[in-house]
Design a binder for this molecule. Sequence first.
Ligand code: GMT
Length: 378
Amino acid sequence: MKIGIVCYPTFGGSGVVATELGKGLAKIGHEVHFITYRQPTRLDFFSENLFYHEVDIKSYPLFEHAPYELALASKMVSVVKYEELDLLHVHYAIPHASAAYMAKQILKEQGIQIPVVTTLHGTDITLVGKDPSYEPVVTFSINQSDGVTAVSEDLKKETYEHFQIRRDIQVIPNFIDLERFKKQKKEHFKLAICPNGEKLLVHTSNFRKVKRVEDVIRVFYEVRKKVPAKLLLVGDGPERDKMERLCRELGTCDDVRFLGKLDAVEEVLSVADLFLMPSEKESFGLAALEAMACEVPILSSNAGGIPELNVNGVTGFVCEVGDVRDMKDKALFILADENLPTFKQNALNRALEFDISAILPMYVDYYQKTIESTLARI
Ligand code: GMT
C-alpha cells in the first residue's frame, strides 16, 4: 500500500506513535509518505520506502496566524495525487481530520477517491476537542472520516460520551519497538546517580498541567523520608519552573535532577526502579509502556486508559488522581527489596504484549478494510 501519514512532528506521544507506525510499515514493504511541518523527531533513518513532504506555511502581513490547515490540505492534495496514495492516516484530530476532509473533497472533484483514517490520541478529545471553540469541527470531521481508531477503550468511551459520533470506533492500542526499548547495561550511569545504592524514581512528560508533576515531586519527597532515593525528571514544558521552585521549597534539590528533553530516554529508564505517572488525564500512557519495556514498574493514577496498561497490583499500582498518600504507600511497597524483582518482571511481561509486531498487523488490516469499504461505496 501507499500510505500518507499526517502527525505532529514533535516529542508528543501522538507524533511518536505515528512515526514509529510509518517506520514499521516501511520495514514490511509499504510506501509511507509523512506530511508534516517539520521532519518528525523519530524519523531518524533512511529507508527506500520512507518519504517526507514538508508543509509550506506561507505567511502574509495580513495574517496574525498563518492558516496552517489550508497549507496542510493543499499539501495532502498534491501528495495524494502525484504519489498516487491509497490511504491517508491522520493522527490527532485537530486540525488534521478537518484538513483531510477538505483535501478529500478537492480530490473528489478531480475524480480521485482517497480513504481517510483518523486516529484519536487523547487531548484532541478529552481536553482541546471538547472545547466549544473546536467541538463542532471535531465532531464533523470524525464523522466524515472513513475509519476512526482510538488508542484505548477509555478514549473510545469518552469520544462517544462527549461527541455525537455515528461511526464505529476501532480500538488499536499503542505499541512499542522492543528492539529499541529494552533494559541496557548502564551500571556506571546508575552508580553515578545513586552512589550509595539509592532507589531511582523516574518521570518523563511534557510538563503540562495534566501530568501533575507536582504529585511526582510530593510522592518522591514522602518516599525519600523512608528509603534513600533519587528522582530524575525527563522532559520540559510550562510547569518546569514551578517544579524547580517546589524542589527548592521542599529541600530536595540534591536528590532531584531535571534532565530536560532527551532523545535516548531508554538509557535513563534502563537504570530506573520505579516510573511515576500521576496524570489527571491520559488516554493511554505511552511513556509508561516505554518504562515497562525497560523493566520498570509503574506507579500511576487511574486516569483514562492507564489502567488498561498498568495492571493494578501486578505491573505496579493504580491510585486515585491526586492521592499522594496512597501513591507514597504503594511506591514503598513496590520498592521493597522483596517485591521489586517481581514487579520488574511483570512490567516487562506486560510490555511484550504491546510489541509493534503484534499491533502493526491490526493497522494494516484496518487500512485494507477501510479501502475496500470506501471503494464499495463509490
Ligand atoms: O500527553 C500529551 O500531552 C501528548 C499527547 C499527544 O497527543 O501527543 O499524548 C496523548 O497521546 C499519546 C499517544 O497516543 C498517549 O499515550 C497519551 O496518553 C495521550 N495524552 C493524554 O491523553 C494526556
